[in-house]
Design a protein around this ligand. Structure first.
Ligand SMILES: [Zn+2]
Length: 464
């Protein structure tokens, strides 16, 4: 009788051990959390240091705050955002500028209209939305650069593109957009990944400069918005199921005003003439590109090289390798960029911003902030800086999807994640629990059987 019980117990134990679920904590599965990627355009890494930012501070305590991150060069909006979405340096993804241009027809399209030129974005690198969708996830994007385009015949499944003349600074609109993303897209439609873009504090930083009271006020608006986002996530019960990454595309630096500095005006440089240029992209902050006419490359290059102490002039193949802004056919033969404080003017000064970006990505003013919070992240951790190409593999890891070829690596961010037990550890723990239960059960049964036997024997004896 007793042996029979033991055999049954062993069988149950073995069955339970064999049936222990093989959980894959790195791949897609029921344990995967949702992910929200937020960009506040032009939010420099140190913008929280001269303003009260209670919500950003709380987020840092609840999650991870990087000291700063390094954006790709060219440090401007569309190229840097597409690096976040693809994990590729700009020379590899090919979205080389905010502007689309055609060097033959001289046609140029500004930031907004470039959003709708599919071929400009769909240039060999897939944004994470498409990769996630191909692997069975549901993705959305609101106002994020690249949202409007079609990639290899696919678009992001749920999207909202801003109208032509949009007020990127309106806090009421920001709240409506957040309600849509959290309440409708994540909660009702059960999306797995959403990218969400805000056009500030970039615009205010350009207009008033990064050291202005207006910029500080806008940072407070961003801070309120971060609080609002986290409240909404809480309201919809998503706090434990949703990871949030908040970052930006670049920083902002003060432009030195005329009179204080010798401005860079190409037409005034001795030996340089726009007559030798077939196509130019200048008057766009501190960086520019030139396509000289046939046979004029050396002449143009020699005239410009060393012509101004704060102007850097390179043939594209000579660009410093660390900038990863050399090896793409869309880049023009001569690339120019200025030191912080300076912008590059063509015929005469036409740029009057007090703040600019587009400088070398080693310049501290160009570094964005980076914050994360959510179930997969550590708490109250200040993290070393890293390049924003590494955000993409982190996002793919969080979503449990296989990344496309990219220039980033998870090694640079994985220490901000909560360590996950691997399968062997989990199975060993499960087996230990099952084993312990079996032994306890066995002892209980032995007790019951022994007690019953003694009780039966006693009753029989009493009946006699
Ligand atoms: Zn930007």
């Amino acid at each position: 009788m007793l042996l029979h019980y033991i055999a049954v117990l062993c069988l149950i134990g073995n069955f339970l051990c064999g049936a222990a679920p093989q959980r894959d904590n790195t791949g897609p599965g029921p344990t995967r959390n949702k992910l929200l990627l937020i960009s506040f355009d032009g939010f420099r890494w140190d913008y929280d240091q001269d303003v009260d930012t209670p919500n950003l501070d709380k987020m840092a305590r609840d999650g991870v705050k990087a000291e700063y991150v390094t954006p790709p060069f060219l440090t401007i909006t569309s190229p840097a955002h597409f690096t976040l979405l693809s994990g590729r340096y700009i020379e590899n993804h090919g979205v080389i500028h905010n502007m689309w241009f055609n060097t033959t027809t001289q046609e140029k399209k500004q930031y907004y209209m470039t959003q709708f030129v599919d071929s400009y974005w769909d240039n060999g690198s897939l944004p994470i939305w498409i990769t996630a969708q191909r692997q069975g996830l549901k993705a959305g994007s609101l106002h994020f650069p690249g949202t409007a385009a079609t990639y290899k015949g696919e678009t992001v499944g749920v999207r909202q593109v801003e109208p032509r003349f949009y007020d990127y600074s309106n806090e009421t609109d920001w709240k409506l957009n957040i309600n849509k993303v959290i309440g409708e897209w994540f909660h009702q439609q059960d999306l797995d990944f959403v990218s969400l873009y805000f056009g500030e504090p970039d615009l205010t930083g350009h207009k008033y400069g990064p050291d202005s009271p207006e910029r500080r006020k806008m940072v407070q608006q961003v801070d309120r918005t971060v609080g609002y986002i986290r409240d909404k996530i809480q309201d919809y019960g998503l706090t434990d199921k949703l990871n949030i990454i908040i970052t930006a595309d670049h920083g902002m630096s003060t432009v030195l005003q005329d009179g204080l500095v010798e401005e860079i005006i190409l037409s005034k440089i001795p030996g340089f003439s726009f007559k030798d240029i077939k196509f130019h992209l200048v008057d766009y902050g501190p960086a520019g590109m030139l396509l000289p006419k046939e046979g004029m490359l050396e002449k143009v290059y020699k005239a410009l090289k060393g012509s101004h102490p704060h102007l850097h002039v390179y043939k594209k193949e000579e660009m410093p390798a660390r900038l990863h802004y050399s090896n793409h056919p869309r880049l023009l033969p001569i690339i120019l960029f200025a030191d912080p404080g300076y912008v590059i003017n063509g015929f005469f000064p036409v740029q009057f911003h007090k703040g600019e970006h587009g400088f070398d990505n080693q310049v501290m003013d160009m570094k964005p902030f980076f914050r994360v919070v959510g179930p997969d992240f550590q708490k109250n951790l200040v993290f070393r800086s890293f390049e924003t190409v590494h955000v993409y593999p982190l996002m793919c890891h969080l979503l449990g999807i296989n990344p496309e070829i990219n220039d980033g690596h998870l090694d640079n961010t994985k220490d901000m994640l909560v360590p996950k037990k691997n399968n062997n550890e989990i199975n060993a723990q499960l087996q230990a629990i099952v084993g312990l239960s079996a032994v306890t059960g066995f002892l209980v049964l032995v007790f019951i059987v022994t007690t019953s036997y003694v009780w039966c024997k006693r009753s029989r004896a009493e009946r006699r």
